[in-house]
Design a protein around this ligand. Structure first.
Ligand SMILES: N[C@@H](CCC(=O)N[C@@H](CS)C(=O)NCC(=O)O)C(=O)O
Length: 207
């Protein structure tokens, strides 16, 4: 069975295309028309009750949540390479960075951009300053989150960093922008950008 990605190029599904290109497995895109509300229709809600993209279907496995999709793909198709093996000590920091995107970076950047008032000690994502400093320290001298070793954590968290920088929701510290440039230069990221651009053109979604 070919992997199916329910996709729209202006959604987090665009980053899942990059995940698939890194893993190197065959896949098909199923366009979900946001403008027509297809993501809120019964067919899609049956796969993800949130009515959101992305959703990945791999035979009997149906996975939503971008970070979960990345972890799934790396474990299933790139164990020991894009995903450290279960008994590899690198698996700890790997998982930490995979979860750091959705649990800290996304809500914290949103809270900062929207000027939410909250108690940082109670909110799991803490303060914006601590996020910036933690991320900067995590990237360090790079080139990747695990040093010389590129993993799916770079696609999961790196995709979020690229998005937040693009929409100016993350302070453009040099370590962040240089990391984003390294990520964008990866052949799989270039291939994914071409796939997403093709869909934009085919569907007449360009400006
Ligand atoms: N936590 C989810 C977020 C999914 C999400 O918010 N998707 C957006 C597009 S990037 C969406 O489908 N929005 C349409 C809507 O909520 O109506 C993930 O990481 O996959």
């Amino acid at each position: 069975m070919t992997i199916i990605l329910r996709h729209h190029p202006f959604s987090r599904a665009a980053n899942v295309v990059w995940m698939l290109e890194e893993v190197g497995v065959p896949y098909e895109l199923r366009y979900v028309d946001f403008a027509a509300g297809e993501h809120k229709a019964d067919e899609h809600r049956g796969l993800n009750a949130m009515g959101k993209l992305p959703v990945l279907i791999d035979d009997d496995a149906v996975i939503s949540e971008s970070a979960a999709i990345g972890v799934y793909l790396a474990d299933r198709y790139s164990s020991g390479d894009l995903a450290p093996a279960l008994d590899d000590p690198a698996r700890g920091p790997y998982l930490r960075w995979c979860f750091y995107g959705p649990s800290v970076v996304e809500p914290c950047c949103m809270a900062h951009a929207s000027k939410w008032e909250y108690r940082a000690a109670s909110a799991g994502f803490g303060t914006y300053e601590s996020l910036l400093d933690t991320l900067e320290r995590g990237i360090g001298d790079g080139p990747w989150l695990l040093g010389d070793r590129f993993t799916m954590a770079d696609v999961v968290l790196g995709g979020t960093v690229r998005f937040m920088l693009q929409f100016k929701m993350l302070e453009a510290r040099p370590r962040f922008t240089e990391y984003a440039e390294r990520l964008s230069a990866r052949p799989a990221a270039v291939a994914a950008a071409a796939v997403n651009a093709r869909v934009i053109q085919e569907r007449g979604l360009g400006a």
